[in-house]
Design a protein around this ligand. Structure first.
Ligand code: SF4
Length: 562
């Protein structure tokens, strides 16, 4: 019997640890292989590739990002090859198995941690036995209990991190790594709240895997632990280990609860090499009433304090998360959450929208809060009692601008000026309004939301700044925008506004610089460089920028007339 396990990852760079675990747990006993696709690939082509392999059983990992696509894939496969047995697994299908068994054309669902139960099911299928397993749902048993795999047994398997087939890809893709399973918290909107007790992998096991991953120059190790810093000893043990393995190539990402950090740990982290670790900190809301309602216990003041301590050292890359649409959070209260968090100026602020995940208690209680949401995955909300559809539209507009203009990191100098301009206490506009206004401005321009060019988004920002800033202050923004834009390239790009000097002015300017020997020598300039390889931008009568692109390198120099 030929078995294939697969999933549709969100992007090629992502890898599925779950598939690898199931594979190593079953490869010595069954004729099994695994293959990953992405949600961007055409379903017909994926189906074709699967069918060509003439398999008997197909296992598919279902997640929030692929649930709608997997449904379509299952339909295509069952139409073209009705005899294929399809087994679903993954968090998306684990907690409402009855719905999927009744509504999807599938045969089985393995609920929870599937490594060993999947093999038990294969055994039953091969031997034509009646399936009588509490962790497996099927047409005669709609409900299954989520399985919990023994960590001890997992550690005895071949390592899912050391597969020969992955060796070449470690340097290019994200490797997901777990040092524990489970979450002790019960945030009402999160599926991990159903996972229960935290179980840790042994230190010896973790050391062996990390040594392998670092010695193979793995690009990114993303620790999957739900709240990585829950246990202080465990946290320090991992930090010690990765610090000792530092290789200049590998980056480690962790999801942490920032208010659980103490000063001692922060000082320790702040001695790490720069850009070696990245923290993702879920804040979700700064409104106590909302956090209490969704069982999220956190102290925003403490988070803020710790984030500031981390930022001061500038060693850790910080990404903060917010969720729009949580209970009781009105539009204005969400604006406050946004402003509270944006004030910390994280490198990235991820603004997500609440999803009513199957199995979560928030979904079960959705009527209490008046939630209206998409019944098909990814179950995004449309509104609730305190947030209208229009409010959500407006927040989406802010999120779009946040992604393009802040999280992209392409407007660092411009934002430094813009935010300090709006931090002036005499102005009434806040950060949220700034992104909202930019979004309104953006909407007026006829530009493709997804396939835009860089010069177009810079032009929009240029016009926007011109529109809102006092004209007398515009020069410094102009300079910042030019520097932000030109530093994105190593070759001469298309200009985002008309040239600021005409041909005659440019010639006069070059002649003037050539006479300034001190400037020419200091910057190693020659007249060939000035004529052939340089862009000129006039900031004002006294100040100019020279942007030089030679041999895939860029240099931006300011020239000022006294
Ligand atoms: S949101 Fe985080 S802390 Fe809360 S239950 Fe989910 S994983 Fe645990």
């Amino acid at each position: 019997m030929k078995i294939l396990i697969t999933t549709l990852n969100a992007k090629y760079i992502h890898t599925s640890l779950a598939l690898r675990w199931i594979y190593v747990a079953n490869k010595n006993k069954y004729n099994i292989r695994f293959q990953e696709f992405t949600i961007k690939e055409k379903l017909d082509e994926i189906a074709e590739i699967i069918i060509e392999q003439e398999i008997d059983v197909l296992g598919i990992g279902v997640y929030i990002w692929n649930v709608s696509k997997v449904k379509l894939l299952v339909d295509i496969l069952k139409e073209k090859k009705p005899n294929i047995k399809i087994i679903l697994g993954g968090p998306e299908v684990s907690y409402e198995t009855e719905y999927f068994i009744k509504n999807w054309d599938i045969d089985y669902i393995v609920s929870g941690e599937a490594e060993f139960v999947f093999g038990e099911l294969l055994d039953d299928i091969i031997n034509n036995r009646v399936i009588d397993n509490i962790y497996i749902a099927h047409k005669d048993n709609f409900n299954a209990k989520p399985a919990v795999a023994s960590i001890e047994k997992l550690e005895k398997l071949d390592s899912p991190y050391m597969l020969e087939c992955d060796k070449g890809a470690l340097q290019n893709r994200i490797t997901y790594f777990e040092t524990s399973r489970g979450c002790p918290y019960t945030c009402k909107y999160c599926l991990s709240s159903l996972e229960g007790n935290v179980r840790y992998f042994s230190n010896e096991y973790i050391i062996k895997q990390l040594e392998y991953l670092f010695s193979h120059n793995t690009k990114t190790i993303k620790f999957l632990d739900r709240t990585f810093n829950l246990n202080k000893n465990h946290t320090l043990f991992i930090f010690d280990k990765i610090k000792s393995l530092y290789n200049e190539k590998t980056i480690c990402q962790f999801e942490i609860y920032a208010d659980l950090l103490n000063e001692k740990t922060i000082s320790y982290i702040n001695e790490f090499q720069k850009d070696f670790i990245r923290f993702e900190i879920g804040i979700q809301s700064t409104y106590d009433k909302t956090n209490k309602e969704v069982n999220r216990l956190q102290d925003f003041n403490k988070i803020k304090e710790n984030v500031i301590l981390l930022q001061k050292a500038g060693v850790v890359d910080l990404h903060l998360d917010l969720i729009a649409g949580l209970p009781y959070e009105t539009y204005d209260r969400f604006k406050k959450s946004f402003n509270d968090v944006f004030e910390l100026k994280p490198k990235e602020l991820q603004l997500g929208f609440l999803k009513m995940l199957r199995g979560t208690s928030l979904r079960e209680q959705s009527e209490i809060y008046g939630y209206l949401y998409d019944l098909e995955g990814p179950y995004e909300i449309y509104k609730h009692n305190d947030l209208s559809e229009e409010d959500i539209e407006n927040i989406k507009c802010v999120e779009d601008m946040l992604e393009k203009y802040w999280n992209s990191g392409r407007f660092i100098r411009t934002f430094e000026l813009l935010t300090s301009y709006f931090e002036d206490e005499n102005r009434t506009i806040d950060y949220f309004d700034l992104f909202y206004k930019l979004g309104q401005f953006y909407k007026r321009i006829d530009i493709d939301k997804f396939q835009y060019h860089l010069h177009e988004i810079y032009k929009i920002m240029y016009d926007f700044v011109l529109n809102i800033i006092d004209e007398r202050e515009f020069d410094i923004y102009k300079k910042a925008l030019f520097e932000d834009y030109y530093s994105q390239f190593n070759m001469r790009p298309k200009r985002f506004i008309e040239p600021t000097l005409n041909g005659k002015e440019k010639k006069e300017f070059i002649n003037r610089i050539i006479l300034d020997e001190k400037f020419m020598n200091l910057n190693n300039l020659t007249s060939i460089i000035l004529y052939k390889y340089t862009y000129y931008e006039k900031i004002n009568e006294h100040s100019y920028l020279l942007i030089i692109y030679i041999e895939n390198k860029r240099q931006i120099i300011e020239y000022s007339f006294k």
